[in-house]
Ligand binder design. Structure first.
Ligand SMILES: C[S@@+](CC[C@H](N)C(=O)[O-])C[C@H]1O[C@@H](n2cnc3c(N)ncnc32)[C@H](O)[C@@H]1O
Length: 401
């Protein structure tokens, strides 16, 4: 058996080894992160000194009991590391419920399957706006989050609505209804590639003190993915570095198998390929979130920070079509919410509110829709299976959707 690697991570106060200004973790967080670093270092050693970044990201986020999403620390909202749309405003869930109601009227099953339900707020918002739903199923990789979701939903919903929620540990069969994934695909592990004369994959090694980057030759599926993008968009310059996500196809295939009839809404930050792999975006889209600081060094604070990559909506759409879904469209979040009653509902709420609450509502609408906030960076990709739904919200208006 290999000797256990000694792990002494550097946890800088104020600055990390790469000069980033990050708040220092407390002693408990350091102990937690060191335990995960040890497990990752062992894996690296067992693989001969190097693992792909995709494996490092998977372990950092999902290693049982230790990964960022597997542990019990708060992630969403002011006490956490980042804020998502359902945390910003209940108007987000209201608009999705409007869309769900419209397709249920057209014959889609009256149930929701939500992937990666976060704090549970989106579920609470949708069930409150659509109490007639037959069932609301949640499938989350994170056991820690499942407990938080249960606590929040029990607190916020009536017993009758709460009992409509079911936590699944695997995909359902013959699902008929609306599938939601808000900020889930960006949390899937990616491969990082860098063009150094030829394409090299970026792997992670450990030198006894910290994790570091090392190039290696990519496997066939990884090199095929980047070459197919390059053949479509033209040659990338030397030094160009970006990610590919090979999880879309297996994920959509499994989802397609689980669905008898469905509308699927993928909501996330991302680009179509000409923007994702724009020559100017020469370091890719990988982003880390730690206590509301955004930076691009995933190798520090393993297990304490979120690691995410933007969604390649063209690759997603191809994977969905290959899996048997019919695409309904891709629009930006602002357009989707506005077409699903955002302004009407915010006006209704404002009419019932005092001046302070009106200001809050108007700020929330701005955050969800303004181009410099979430309005354009976030997009909605819709697809359907075995049903012909009319989705006016998904009709692109203007060049940018
Ligand atoms: C960035 S959080 C978003 C949470 C929530 N949807 C929100 O908007 O606040 C990503 C979530 O996706 C979950 N997740 C990632 N990959 C998943 C998968 N393949 N199946 C189910 N959940 C997944 C994570 O456990 C985590 O709860």
């Amino acid at each position: 058996m290999a000797a256990k690697p000694k792990v002494t991570m550097n946890f800088p106060s104020g600055h990390d080894a790469h000069g980033l200004e990050l708040p220092p973790p407390d002693d408990d967080a350091i102990a937690h992160s060191t335990r995960l670093a040890e497990v990752i270092a062992e894996r690296i050693e067992s693989r001969g000194g190097l693992i792909g970044f995709d494996e490092y990201m998977r372990m950092s986020l999902y290693e049982p009991g230790l990964g960022y999403y597997s542990s019990a620390t708060p992630k969403f909202g002011a006490q956490g590391d980042f804020v998502t749309a359902p945390e910003i405003s209940p108007l987000f869930g209201f608009c999705i419920a409007q869309q769900a109601a419209a397709v249920i009227e057209q014959g889609c099953g009256a149930r929701v399957l939500e992937f990666g339900a976060g704090s549970g707020k989106l579920c609470a918002q949708i069930l409150s706006a659509l109490p007639g739903l037959e069932a609301y199923q949640i499938l989350d990789l994170s056991a820690g989050l499942r407990q938080r979701q249960q606590a929040l939903l029990q607190r916020e919903l009536s017993a009758e609505l709460f009992h409509k929620i079911e936590w699944l540990s695997s995909l359902p069969q013959q699902f008929d209804g609306i599938v939601l994934a808000n900020e889930v695909l960006d949390a899937m592990p990616v491969h990082i590639l860098s063009k150094q004369g030829k394409w090299c994959e970026c792997g992670v090694a450990y030198d006894g003190q910290r994790f570091g980057w090392h190039y290696f030759a990519p496997d066939a599926p990884v090199i095929d993915a980047i070459r197919s993008i390059e053949s479509r968009l033209g040659d990338f310059a030397d030094g160009y570095t970006s990610e590919v996500n090979l999880n879309y196809l297996p994920w959509f295939r499994a989802l397609a198998q689980a669905c008898k009839r469905a509308l699927v809404l993928i909501i996330d930050y991302g680009y179509e390929q000409d923007q994702y792999y724009h020559p100017g975006r020469k370091l890719g889209t990988l982003t880390c979130h730690y206590q509301h600081r955004v930076h691009n060094n995933p190798l520090v604070y393993p297990g304490l920070q979120d690691i995410t990559a933007f969604v390649d909506f063209d690759a997603c759409a191809d994977a969905a079509e290959d899996s048997g879904f019919e695409l309904s469209g891709l629009v930006n979040q602002a357009q989707f919410l506005l077409a699903n009653g955002l302004l009407e509902e915010s006006q209704r709420l404002a009419d019932e509110s005092d001046a302070m609450a009106r200001m809050t509502i108007s700020k929330q609408v701005g955050t969800l829709t303004l181009p410099q906030e979430m309005g354009e960076k976030f997009k909605v990709l819709a697809m359907q299976k075995n049903i012909a739904l009319e989705l006016p919200a998904m009709q692109r208006k203007g060049a940018h959707g």
